[in-house]
Design a protein around this ligand. Structure first.
Ligand code: ZN
Length: 325
């Protein structure tokens, strides 16, 4: 199935399929790149399969029909990117996108038992779009099932969250990742090192496996971060331009990984505990009141990287590290 870890959650979802009792809306939440969307897609295949096997049996008529995708709608970054390149005339995460979604939901299924709408990165839905969506969530057609996937579920309005059955996913333990890597017998990088760099996130490990150059690049950036910690303060400032010069333009997956690493490192350094893993769990922040300024700075930096469209964000990270670590 291509899913690493999450065995308990997979059994939990299989139980839903076995009982034939599904909620109108699910929210799959948890850190980035741990496999939530992959599992959501397997769950959808299970709903469509006559044998109700998670992932689908692949051979029953319902599974074969489902491959045509008539009764499934997916809103994700790929679709949103088509809007940016003007291939699509509307933003799928905007109010017009929800209009299309509602039109889809209000027509009965063509071939399958359910009409399923998967909204990946659901936190990208605008406030207006979420409010519009609420109307259909309040009285969904009996055949309609929504699956929201998000690593920032706190960005969804409370009234949407309260209508969802929340399935919470965590990081994948190292031994599960190692088992997977051993079975793949990758010749490029030692499994132990990949598991370490992947930080419990199979999605990142897949990206690193796909391109060994990224492993080296990530290692170099990580070493550069550690260098700041071991350098006397005045010399740190000279390291920033040096680092800027030496860093080759970072490919986006590396920037992505760098952001996660940096954010987790900084938040943990400020004693924010679980907050680093899932931003919606805000409770631990209350315990670090005296450090709230630094924490706010970390989150601000995270936003800077989050919205970064170029590797210059890396430079800002180094500047920040030079001053704060
Ligand atoms: Zn099937």
């Amino acid at each position: 199935m291509g899913i690493i870890g999450h065995q308990k959650k997979l059994s939990y979802l299989q139980n839903f399929l076995n009982r034939g009792f599904l909620f109108p809306a699910f929210l799959f939440e948890g850190p980035e790149k741990i496999g939530k969307r992959t599992i959501a897609k397997e769950f959808i295949r299970g709903m469509q399969c006559e044998k109700t096997i998670l992932g689908g049996c692949g051979s029953c008529p319902a599974c074969i029909n489902a491959n045509a995708g008539h009764d499934t709608m997916v809103i994700d970054d790929v679709l949103a990117a088509r809007c940016q390149t003007k291939e699509l005339s509307y933003d799928p995460y905007g109010i017009e996108g929800v209009g299309h979604l509602m039109a889809f939901a209000h027509t009965t299924p063509l071939r399958a038992q359910y009409k399923i709408i998967l909204i990946d990165n659901a936190h990208r839905l605008s406030f207006e779009a979420q409010n519009k969506l609420l109307k259909i969530l309040e009285e969904p057609p009996s055949y309609c099932i929504f699956i929201f996937v998000s690593h920032k579920p706190e960005s969804l309005i409370r009234t949407i969250r309260s209508r969802c059955l929340v399935v919470q996913f965590g990081l994948v333990p190292r031994n599960h990742i190692l088992e997977y890597l051993d079975s793949k017998q990758s010749k490029n990088t030692a499994p132990g090192r990949l598991a370490q760099y992947g930080m419990g996130r199979p999605g990142h490990i897949m990206e690193l496996c796909a391109d060994p150059v990224r492993v080296t690049a990530f290692r170099n950036e990580a070493m550069a971060i550690l260098k700041f910690q071991n350098t006397p303060f005045p010399e740190r400032l000279t390291l920033v331009p040096k680092q800027e010069k030496e860093s080759t333009p970072a490919p986006f997956p590396l920037l992505d990984l760098f952001q996660i690493t940096l954010r987790d490192m900084l938040l943990y350094a400020h004693g924010a505990g679980e907050y680093a893993i899932l931003l919606s769990r805000k409770q631990p922040v209350c315990n670090v009141k005296e450090k709230h300024v630094a924490l706010r700075e970390s989150l601000r930096l995270n936003d800077v990287i989050d919205g970064a469209v170029s590797p210059t964000a890396i430079t800002r990270c180094f500047e920040y590290l030079a001053l704060k670590l």
